[in-house]
Design a binder for this molecule. Sequence first.
Ligand code: DON
Length: 304
Amino acid sequence: MNFEETIKEIYNKIKDIEDNGHSATYIPQLANVSSENFGVYITTTDELGFGLGNCNERFSIQSIAKVLSLCLAYRIVGEKIWDRLGVEPSGSAFNSLVQLETDNGIPRNPFINAGAIVISDILISNLDNPKEDFLAFVRSVSNNTDLNYSSKVADSEKEVGFRNVALCNFIKSFGNIHNDPSDVLDFYFELCSLEMSCKELSEVFLFLANKGRKPIDNTEILTKSQSKRVNALMQTCGFYDESGDFAFKVGLPGKSGVGGGIIAIHPNQYSIAVWSPKLNKKGNSFKGMKFLEEFTTKSELSIF
Ligand code: DON
């Protein structure tokens, strides 16, 4: 398959379509990023890479980091992790509080904010230096020692993150947060502030297209079964209340972030990252979704 021609053709088409979306501004620092950015990068399991547009510019990966924090917690805790949270799509907005009341503080899945906050709590309980250790894990996954948090973005979210404060305290009231909520939130905001380019993102996530192993040296990040399960969760829960639509139109496991990034995985073949900051009404990148829909249609490389 000639990825380069297909990507070029789709990129040029999507670049010029009318985008009625809006950049996320509820995190003030994200409003400073040009909404005109548009990048895409694919890395295959045989480690061929190709990108276009702003594919080497770093952006705030936000909720995409929730996949990496789940992976580290899953590595440490194993299947017991599911005592603390579920594996069902929520069908609600990423920051909703509603289901927690009837579900006794057990978040539906690890990718809604409630679930990622519980994962943050699990990591704090299990790591000596949570911020440093998580960053070291992310760096080791792609041998990229350059990756970093953005303290500007983390501080900016901390000032306005009242909903996440509410979520964390609400979950704590049910006993499903074990540490001090301010420590949990401090770590959660930090991990959301990770910055990567499309190229770096597709390289970091390649192990999920390779049965849990880093293609470069075959190191195991997750077991085969864990890798399958993380992909299944991305398929069913990666786009919040638009997960069904993404499965329907794109047909790949994936995860979005309010910085406008999307990562999508084809198990056994490739990982592809797209970035365009303007978001649709569900909080997912408008052009990113469109690009991936066309890509799997033209390449006939969805998982279905
Ligand atoms: O907690 C928040 O609201 C952000 N740090 C992350 C949200 C996010 O990326 C949702 N994704 N589309």
